[in-house]
Write a new protein. Structure first.
Lengths: 309, 832, 233
């Protein structure tokens, strides 16, 4: 019976060894499996090309991998579909704005012609109102075109090494008349030579929009400061006003499309300026932020990346 | 690589397939069950046999050892103790006997001393009871109840005392002994074990062959003759010393071979059946397997599915097979083991035990058989191309255009069917032939068992009658009762062909310095404990105290004896009394030592009448011995004895019948013996009686053999049946078409019967060539008497009849059952 | 270069039928774009079924090659082909080819189970519901009508959500109303799971539903008409 015991012991021992080894293998393989799944998910998420070599293997990874590949494939298809859908909507907007431009121009022309006619007091008043509304529609349409073009990437941001001072100057020049009219003092405190990679045309638009916004919410006699500062990573333009400020809970909202402060509904504007400014900054890989306290004015800061290839 | 856990569906499909094809499943299950049953039973019986044999050997010899040496010197003891091959040694010393006690004047009890190795270790397995301890003091003894009974003191217990007179080499003494212990068990029991002190005082020496017993237990349990002889050689035995090895491997090897042979055939049959069923099932389901592959089942999965089926059937079959095997073994073992030569006194049925290794080996063997059997069909299933599934209709290989001969159409059809799938046909033939061969083999072996193995009578005579008075010590008690008239009456019996008598006369061999001196010297050295020098004077002066015998044989017996001699002698010289043959009597003489010497003998009653022979031959045949004296036994012709001696006595008469085993003649001779006045003084040895004895010893062997054959035959027939059912099924359309164009049912059945006959014919062809050849080889290997090989004709014819019946009825029955499935038209359309 | 999900190059398949060589396919160059819905039409014996079998890796071409997702099927082992089929291809056979000893539901989920995947029970139930087989889930194929078997075969092809569905006369045994429903189901599933659908039909009406109709005659492509891209309408 001794040898039988011996054989049993050996078998038992061997079984334990095999189990341990299997356990080790399974752990190792589970790890490698997880890694493969992660690689695949990475590839799917980033849209990279990804080839499954074990596609025709009867293994767990072969099976899961094939399913992942299928999922990736469907994702991509869905993405493409969505993209195409967006394109279509964009086309639609651009078509609408394009198609409405001529009628608006015509309306404007006819309004000018009408101004030469005699009207009653009321008639004159209504005419003025119509003129205002037409201007508004025109502005809205143009803004929307701009917006959609920017968003859809139809309008590309062309970044070049340019003197940011020039860009700021152009933007400030655009608001000077209105500031003068409203009795607001503008202070510009910048270096004269600031070569930064940026798109001057769109950056000017962004700065203009912020200045325009500042003028809108600053009472006559207020002040607007423009300051630049070179930091380690970013180049900063601060535009601060002495207006009524922005409530903290609204600070995030002001950059969204068609947002308007509730108190200023009577003032002209469609609430698109800040949204555009932010989009422009983002497209240039920079960002925009606001700091404000109620009644103490607001300070918008535009950041441009300094070292950007 | 982590495996894809997609086994579940495969398992389920395997189960499903088994459920769907119930007939196939049951057949496979039965095949596995029966083969595992057979394998398990055969192994268990074999294991029990060998175990029983070992136990019996140990119990019969009274201790566990492999070799015994008579007489041992300290030097030899040392050698054995240093020998790394010897695990254990034990010593015992015979040192006297119990002469008489107050209760019994003739107690037959020996005195023996055993050392610790022998008593505590070697005797341990045979002892069943032990009270007290081994004697340490001079007057202590260890006894058994039966030895006590012999002395008439059955009721004594440990601590009691016993008065007895005992004998040692030094003489007869009386003494009182205290019983230090009582034991009981197996082996020689009429002995008192005594203390070492007693032995030392008895005057016996271990180095004497008459006293010293040295037991050796070897590490190596199976030793060849050469190894044994080499060991004996190395021991440098003295003249009287002897060394014997216990185990005789002969019979065990044969039984082992038989067991292995049966198991191989069983596995082969199971293999063939399983293979064939799986093969047929795959061949008939090409579409199914192709289909599974179009849906995406891989080759591995197909194989796995097949293996799963096998596993399910295999595990169920093996479990039930082993269980029933165990149950049957329980009843079978006592019967079979007894037939194989185990005596019931030493081992009992309660010792049956199921060795786990047997179970393991059975499972392994059946498992491997299953795996091998389904290997090929599984591969076949996996190799099916999926495209075959799309348009598959079971078609057979394209058969080459056949010559239009004059052969009859129906016969041709049968033959074509038989040869169409040669492999399948071969498998079925082999399967049938295997069972038939085993049947043939078992029947032949059992039938010839007696004839082959009886070696009882010298010269192969049917009966030897011996005159029991011839060897009485006192010459006046001797009577020549086998007289001429009696021998004549035997001769007159019509059934008797030859009668040979052996004559005997008592002689002395007077001392002479050459041969007689040499002989006696050697004789004393070999057999006597007293030295020759002590008796030499007496021999020289009183040769009449050293009687011996002169044996006379007739011419035919001389021819027979002469043939067996190493150096045949001149017949003329022998017949005329010049030359003689001497019985060697176990002495260490080479032929050359004796041949050529002269031997002189004198009549016992008349010392002056002498005769001198030249010794020309030496024999070891003890048939020609009467009174074995110290001087040589001389064999000469019966004529010489009759003329030389005054009143020779007929010692024995050998009778040969015309027909071997002629019971009628035997009966007549026996009645002759009984009618004779001296009936009591005859003894006889009859070949027929010996044969009956052997037949009796076979016990239930024939039934067991037939049982095995039946199981194998069942497997073979299942194989055949399965083949035919599938065969007829797949040809249903063909057969129905034939019926529709005018083949009568009779013709159709005739065709099927012909096919069956082809199968049975083929199977018998294989059986009669391969099977018979194997049987013949086996027969010859166990044919100790050169009996002509013959197959018992009745069982043979019976089996031929049965097999033909079975093989022809199965196709017919299959057709009859399947035919009920509908009209001819339905059947033609029925096959998909 | 545009990527094709299925592509054949100079595909030939010849059979030896006694003395004659039958050219089932004789140099077919055939490309299918991802998510395309192609109908193959032609007379019986024109080689359309052979082409379909080739695309599914069931048959081996005499000459030429078949590429699926850029991979050549010719180099694949039998084992790989089987895995390829159960993971990528959904077959709908003309003669259904349902496994006889499995019931409808088991048949439908067989390819998924063979792959060891979890069965999307809701989806499969949905398909069975749509195909009107809910009542017959437990039925064995032998007890079903031809149309029901056909629908079970369709359900099986869809259950594994394969990349390519190859259908050989999938509506051959269905009435015209059911035919259109089934085609609708196939198209819908193809859209939902970005599948490519190649089907053989002799029904012009059904062929009209496809993006593209390929006409095979005597083992050769004799016509290939593409409808205007309306798949996003």
């Amino acid at each position: 019976m001794d040898w039988l015991m011996c054989v049993m012991m050996i078998i038992l021992f061997a079984a334990v060894l095999v189990l341990l080894w299997k356990n080790y293998r399974i752990k190792k393989e589970a790890k490698s499996f997880a890694e493969k799944v992660e690689d695949a998910l990475d590839a799917i998420v980033t849209g990279k090309e990804w080839n499954l070599e074990e596609e025709l293997e009867d293994s767990l990874w072969g099976r899961t991998g094939t399913q992942l590949a299928k999922a990736g494939h469907v994702f991509r298809k869905k993405e493409e579909d969505g993209f195409r859908e967006k394109e279509r909507v964009k086309g639609l907007i651009s078509d609408i704005s394009h198609q409405t431009r001529t009628p608006i121009a015509n309306i404007k022309l006819y309004l000018e012609l009408l101004e030469d006619e005699e009207f009653s007091q009321n008639g004159q008043e209504f005419l003025e109102k119509i003129k205002g509304q037409v201007e508004k529609i025109d502005f809205l349409m143009q803004s929307m075109v701009k917006m959609s073009r920017l968003e859809t990437g139809i309008l590309q941001i062309h970044k070049e090494d340019q003197n940011l001072y020039e860009t700021i100057r152009h933007a400030v020049a655009d608001v000077v008349p209105e500031a003068a009219l409203k009795g607001i003092d503008l202070y510009v405190n910048c270096e004269e030579n600031m070569m930064i990679r940026h798109d001057s045309k769109w950056t000017e638009e962004a700065i203009y929009n912020i200045l325009d916004n500042a003028l809108k919410y600053t009472e006559p006699g207020g002040k607007i400061h423009i300051q630049t500062e070179r930091q380690e990573l970013f180049f900063k333009i601060s535009i601060s006003d002495t207006g009524k400020g922005i409530a903290p809970e609204r600070q995030a909202e002001i950059f969204t499309r068609f947002y308007r402060e509730p108190e200023v509904h009577d003032k002209p504007g469609v609430g698109i300026g800040l949204y555009l400014a932010r989009t422009i900054m983002e497209l240039q890989k920079g960002y925009i932020e606001v700091q404000s306290e109620m009644g103490k004015g607001a300070c918008f800061r535009l950041y441009f990346p300094v070292n950007e290839s | 690589m982590l495996k894809n856990p997609n086994q579940k569906v495969i398992k389920r499909m395997a189960r499903n397939a088994l459920k769907e094809n119930r007939r196939k499943t049951i057949t496979l299950f039965l095949a596995v069950l029966l083969s595992s049953f057979l394998v398990f039973t055969i192994f268990t019986v074999g294991d029990s046999y060998f175990r029983f044999q070992k136990i019996q050997n140990i119990r019969m010899s009274g201790a566990e050892f492999d070799a015994i040496m008579y007489g041992v010197t300290d030097e030899q003891k040392q050698m054995c103790e240093n020998n790394p091959d010897i695990v254990l040694t034990g010593t015992a010393g015979v040192c006297g006997w119990v002469e008489k006690t107050d209760q019994d004047s003739t107690p037959n009890v020996g005195l023996i001393w055993a050392d610790d190795g022998y008593w505590t270790q070697m005797m341990e397995p045979v002892r069943e009871k032990l009270e007290g301890s081994y004697p340490t003091a001079l007057d202590e003894i260890m006894v058994t109840k039966s030895a006590l009974k012999e002395c008439g003191y059955e009721d004594l217990e440990v601590g009691d005392t016993l008065d007895m007179s005992y004998g040692t080499q030094k003489g007869i003494f009386t003494g009182t002994f205290r019983i230090s212990g009582i034991w009981d068990g197996y082996g020689p029991k009429k002995q008192f074990f005594v203390s070492k002190e007693f032995y030392d005082q008895s005057g016996c020496k271990l180095s004497e062959a008459s006293s010293g017993r040295y037991f050796m237990d070897f590490k190596q349990k199976i030793m060849t003759k050469t190894q044994q002889n080499a060991f004996i050689e190395s021991m440098n035995l003295g003249k009287q010393q002897n060394l014997f090895f216990m185990g005789d491997l002969g019979a065990s090897v044969q039984i082992l071979a038989g067991i292995i042979g049966l198991i191989v055939v069983t596995c082969l049959c199971a293999y063939l059946l399983i293979y064939n069923i799986m093969y047929l099932s795959v061949a008939g389901k090409v579409r199914y397997y192709g289909l599974l592959q179009t849906v995406g089942m891989t080759e591995k999965q197909v194989k796995k599915m097949m293996r799963d089926q096998m596993f399910l059937i295999g595990s169920a079959g093996t479990v039930i097979g082993c269980l029933s095997g165990g149950l049957v073994s329980f009843f079978l073992i006592p019967v079979v083991v007894k037939s194989l030569g185990i005596k019931s006194g030493y081992v009992g049925a309660e010792m049956i035990r199921f060795h786990p290794a047997v179970l393991l080996v059975t499972i392994l063997l059946v498992g491997v058989t299953l795996l091998l059997a389904c290997q090929k069909p599984a591969k076949m299933a996996a190799d099916i191309s999926p495209i075959e599934a799309l348009g598959y209709r079971p078609t057979h290989k394209i058969v080459k255009a056949r010559k239009v001969g004059k052969r009859k159409v129906i016969a041709g059809l049968s033959l074509r069917q038989f040869t169409k799938d040669k492999k399948r046909t071969a498998v079925v033939l082999l399967s049938l032939a295997a069972s038939l061969s085993v049947y043939l083999c078992i029947v032949t072996m059992l039938d010839s068992q007696a004839a082959r193995t009886i070696v009882s009578n010298y010269m192969d005579t049917d009966m030897v009658i011996t005159n029991d008075t011839a060897c009485k010590e006192k010459s006046e008690d001797r009577r020549d009762i086998l007289d001429d008239s009696f021998v004549k009456s035997i001769k007159e019996n019509t059934g008797v062909s030859e009668v040979h008598s052996v004559e005997f006369a008592e002689i002395t061999v007077p001392w002479e310095p050459d041969f007689a001196e040499m002989w006696m010297k050697e004789f004393y050295a070999k057999w006597m404990s007293v030295p020759y020098s002590q008796d030499r004077d007496e021999y020289q002066n009183h040769p009449e105290n050293f009687g011996s015998s002169l044996i006379g044989i007739d011419e035919q017996e001389f021819d027979y004896l002469n043939n067996s001699l190493e150096h045949p002698i001149n017949k003329e010289n022998f017949l005329c009394g010049k030359a003689c043959i001497v019985y060697r009597n176990g002495l260490d003489f080479a032929d050359a030592d004796i041949i050529g010497k002269n031997v002189t003998c004198a009549l016992y009653e008349d010392q002056q009448t002498t005769k001198t022979f030249v010794i020309e031959g030496v024999t070891d045949e003890n048939y020609y011995t009467a009174l074995l004296g110290y001087p040589p036994t001389i064999i000469t012709s019966d004529q010489v004895v009759n003329t030389f001696a005054n009143n020779p006595i007929r010692l024995k008469t050998g009778i040969k019948y015309h027909k071997e085993y002629d019971r009628d003649t035997e009966q007549e001779i026996l009645s002759l013996l009984e009618e004779n006045d001296n009936a009591k003084d005859f003894s006889w040895e009859s070949k027929i009686e010996d044969a009956d004895e052997i037949e009796k010893a076979q016990g239930y062997m024939p039934q067991v053999g037939i049982g095995i054959v039946l199981i194998l035959a069942f497997i073979g027939i299942m194989n055949y049946m399965n083949t035919f059912v599938v065969n007829v099924q797949s040809r249903m359309t063909e057969l129905s078409v034939m019926e529709s164009i005018g083949m009568t049912p009779k013709q159709l059945l005739g065709m099927l019967v012909r096919e069956g006959i082809l199968y049975v014919g083929g199977a018998w062809l294989v059986t009669l060539t391969v099977g018979l050849g194997g049987t013949y080889l086996l027969y010859e290997s166990m044919n100790y008497r050169g009996i002509t090989f013959s197959v018992p004709i009745l069982p043979f014819l019976f089996t031929v009849g049965i097999s033909v019946l079975v093989c022809t009825m199965i196709p017919v029955l299959t057709w009859v059952i399947l035919e009920k499935n509908g009209t001819v038209v339905e059947r033609i359309k029925g096959v998909e | 270069m545009e990527k094709y999900i299925v592509e054949t190059r100079n595909l030939k398949k010849y059979y030896q039928m006694g003395e004659n060589t039958v050219k089932a396919l004789d140099g077919v160059d055939f490309r299918v774009k991802d998510q395309e819905f192609v109908a193959i039409i032609g007379k019986s014996g024109s080689g359309k079924s052979t082409l379909l079998h080739m695309l599914g890796g069931l048959d081996v071409p005499t000459e030429g090659e078949v590429l699926v997702e850029g991979k050549c099927l010719l180099g694949l082992k039998k084992e790989q082909l089987a895995i390829f089929r159960r993971r990528k291809i959904g077959f709908i056979f003309q003669n259904y080819n349902l496994v006889p000893d499995l019931n409808v539901y088991e048949n439908v989920i067989l390819p998924v189970e063979l792959d060891g995947r979890k069965v999307d029970v809701e989806y499969v139930d949905g398909i069975l519901e749509l195909l009107g087989l809910s009542e017959k889930r437990e039925a064995l194929p032998g007890t079903l009508s031809g149309g029901q078997q056909q629908r079970a075969a369709i359900a099986r092809a869809l259950a594994a959500k394969p990349a390519i569905i190859l259908a050989d006369e999938p509506t051959g045994n269905l009435d015209s109303v059911t035919s259109h429903d089934v085609l609708g189901l196939l198209k819908m599933a193809a859209r939902q799971f970005s599948q490519t659908l190649i089907l053989i039909t002799h029904d012009r009406d059904i062929a009209q539903l496809a993006d593209r109709i390929v006409h095979i005659e005597n083992g050769k492509i004799v016509g290939d008409t593409r409808k205007g891209s309306d798949s996003y309408a």
